[in-house]
Write a protein that binds this ligand. Structure first.
Ligand SMILES: C[S@@+](CC[C@H](N)C(=O)[O-])C[C@H]1O[C@@H](n2cnc3c(N)ncnc32)[C@H](O)[C@@H]1O
Length: 287
């Protein structure tokens, strides 16, 4: 049986966050888990901890993964014994992560929430936003609202680490050439497609229209799922200005990889944009 699902919001400045967040694509966490399971999560979590130690001289006690998806990193932190909270807009992602945490015998707090406005039961020390999910904040207003919400939910020594596209991605980089790859688990085979084209880049609205697709085979079943959505283009100077506008955070550093010795620069070794924000010491913690 072939099933086709597609959603094509209008390109350009009329895109709104709600219309443009690949919501249909993220309704299938079981596919996401297989297709995006290629990352070295253990090494990335090592880096995130090393980064916290670098700025704070100690380990964090509590970790929040924002826009967690299937929560690869949340799960790894929980397995290492940290108190973890994970948040996502998509109920299917949170239900899937709840099941995954249970099957690994670990506990975490899970929240279906919009990253532009959320309240945690208790402030956390380390917040994460990985794999360019921050770029689903399409407008300056959304970015500022999100930074303020995150800051409110951080403890006084809190750190917020973001993983964004490297700036060159918007100027002919690999984001503008959709990539195809195939991943399998058991009898589930997924051909995934992710990426934009030069035509999908709107330099005025600062949005990139990204095609996302899963072509799934499971035994004799087939399913094709295609969706277009938007990501915000963000350059370091603009991000710095928005952090300043939001208040509450100090921009500590930009790195070009999950590597404290790799600055964000134009070299090939610098291929993503890692941003470290720290909560201002004089910023009050939430009551
Ligand atoms: C590319 S996935 C990344 C998941 C995860 N960060 C990772 O590293 O695998 C993007 C996730 O962002 C979530 N998302 C998009 N907009 C959101 C919002 N406004 N608030 C919370 N989550 C959001 C989606 O539901 C999806 O699960």
């Amino acid at each position: 049986m072939a099933e086709m699902c597609s959603l094509h919001p209008k390109p350009g400045p009329s895109a709104t966050a709600d219309a443009a967040t690949h919501r249909e694509f993220y309704r299938y966490p079981q596919y996401y888990d297989v297709a995006f399971g290629y990352r070295d999560v253990v090494a990335e979590v090592d880096f995130l901890l090393q980064c916290f130690r670098h700025y704070r001289n100690r380990d964090p006690n509590t970790v929040l993964e924002i826009a967690c998806g299937v929560g690869y990193h949340a799960l790894e932190f929980a397995k290492r014994g940290y108190a973890v909270t994970a948040l996502d807009l998509q109920p299917e992602m949170i239900a899937y992560l709840r099941h995954k945490a249970q099957s690994h015998g670990v506990k975490m707090d899970l929240l279906i929430a919009d990253m532009r406005s959320f309240e945690l039961a208790r402030p956390v020390e380390l917040a994460l936003n990985l794999l360019t999910s921050f770029q689903y904040l399409l407008t300056n207003e959304d970015i500022v609202a999100h930074l303020r919400a995150t800051c409110r939910n951080l403890a006084p020594e809190g750190l917020y680490i973001l993983e964004l596209n490297h700036p060159r991605e918007y100027f002919g980089g690999s984001l503008l050439r959709p990539i195809h790859w195939t991943a399998t688990r058991g009898d589930l085979e997924i051909e995934a497609i992710w990426g934009a084209t030069e035509r999908g880049l709107d330099p005025v609205a600062e949005l990139v229209e990204v095609e996302a697709a899963y072509h799934v085979r499971e035994g004799t079943e087939k399913r094709d799922l295609e969706e277009r959505g938007y990501l915000r283009m963000l350059l370091p100077g603009e991000l710095e200005a928005l952090v300043e506008l939001a208040g509450g955070f100090k921009l500590e550093a930009f790195y070009g990889d999950f590597d404290l010795s790799q600055p964000l620069d134009a070299s090939e070794r610098s291929w993503r944009m890692i941003v470290v924000l720290s909560k201002h010491e004089d910023e009050p913690a939430r009551e």
